[in-house]
Design a protein around this ligand. Structure first.
Ligand SMILES: Cc1cc2nc3c(=O)[nH]c(=O)nc-3n(C[C@H](O)[C@H](O)[C@H](O)COP(=O)(O)O)c2cc1C
Length: 250
C-alpha cells in the first residue's frame, strides 16, 4: 500500500484532542489542500469559515446537538456551499442589464446550483480531512451543522445563497483516541454494484443487519437505528432546518 492509501485506510474520526494548537504551516497546508480540490467549472462554489472565536465554538457545541468536543477542537472549519459570491459577481458585472437587453430571464440560484455547490464544499472538506490526516491531525465531521439554520445564519452572518453543509473539527488525537479501533464497514457487495442499481435481497439485508453494531436492546438493529438515528429528534430538526434553507433556493 502506498502512503496515500495508508492514510486513507487508517483514518478514523477523532473526537478528543490534545490541547495543542495547529501551527500556521499546518493550517496553511490544510487550506491549500482544500482549495486544490476539484470544483465544478473551476468556480469554487464554496466558502470556508475558519471559526477561531471561542464564543462561537462554544455556541456551536450546543446548537449542533450538544457535542462538547466542538468547543475543545483547536481548529473548526465550516464548509459552506456558496453561490452568493457568484451571484454578487453576476450582479456586479451587469448581467441583469445584459439579460434585459437580450430579452432573456435573469435567474437566481436554484436547487441544481445548490447541489453543485454542496458537491464542491464536501469535496473540499474531505480533501482537507485527508491532508490533515497525512499530517497526524485527526478530524470529525459535524453533520448537525445543518440543524438550527436560523441560529447559525444569525451567528455567522450567512447570506441567502449559502448553505452550511459540513463542519469539521480538527486536532491532535489523544492517546485514547489513537488506541480506539477503527469502525468497520459493510461488505463491498452490499455497496458496489456493476452497471446499474440493484435492491438488496432479504438474505443480503440480514447480512447488513449482522454487520451493524448492535446496541444490545431487545429491538433488532434495523429498529434500533430507525429510532436512534432516522426518527431521532436531531434528524427531525435537521429536516425542518434544511427545508427552511431550501426556501431561499426555490
Ligand atoms: C456527513 C457526516 C456527518 C457526521 N456528523 C457527525 C457528528 O455530528 N458528530 C460526530 O461525532 N460524528 C459525525 N460524523 C462522523 C461519523 O460518525 C463517522 O464518520 C462514522 O461513524 C464512521 O467512523 P469513522 O469516521 O471513524 O470511520 C459525521 C460524518 C459524516 C460523513
Amino acid at each position: 500500500m502506498n502512503e496515500t492509501l495508508k492514510v486513507i485506510a487508517n483514518r478514523k474520526s477523532v473526537r478528543a484532542y490534545e490541547p495543542l494548537p495547529l501551527s500556521p504551516e499546518q493550517r496553511k497546508a490544510i487550506m491549500h489542500a482544500a482549495m486544490r480540490a476539484p470544483t465544478g467549472g473551476n468556480m469554487m462554489l464554496y466558502s470556508i469559515l475558519d471559526l477561531e472565536d471561542q464564543a462561537i465554538k462554544d455556541r456551536l457545541a450546543v446548537t449542533c446537538d450538544n457535542q462538547p468536543f466542538i468547543a475543545q477542537a483547536p481548529m473548526v472549519l465550516l464548509f459552506l456551499a456558496d453561490y452568493q459570491r457568484w451571484f454578487d459577481f453576476f450582479q456586479h458585472s451587469g448581467v441583469e442589464a445584459l439579460c434585459q437587453a437580450k430579452g432573456i430571464a435573469f435567474r437566481r440560484p436554484q436547487e441544481g446550483d445548490l447541489m453543485l455547490a454542496i458537491s464542491d464544499a464536501l469535496i473540499a472538506a474531505h480533501t482537507a480531512v485527508i491532508a490533515a490526516e497525512s499530517l497526524g491531525i485527526g478530524s470529525c465531521y459535524i453533520g448537525d451543522i445543518m440543524e438550527n439554520f436560523e441560529v447559525h445564519r444569525d451567528l455567522l452572518h450567512l447570506p441567502e445563497y449559502t448553505f452550511p453543509i459540513a463542519m469539521v473539527c480538527f486536532g491532535f488525537p489523544t492517546e485514547q483516541q489513537k488506541r480506539r479501533p477503527r469502525p468497520g464497514r459493510y461488505p463491498e457487495d452490499l455497496i458496489v454494484f456493476k452497471n446499474g442499481y440493484r435492491r438488496l435481497t432479504a438474505v443480503e439485508l440480514d447480512v447488513m443487519a449482522a454487520s451493524t453494531q448492535d446496541s444490545g436492546e431487545t429491538l433488532n438493529v434495523g429498529q434500533q437505528i430507525y429510532l436512534r438515528k432516522f426518527a431521532s429528534d436531531f434528524m427531525l430538526e435537521m429536516n425542518r432546518s434544511v427545508r427552511a434553507v431550501l426556501k431561499n433556493w426555490q
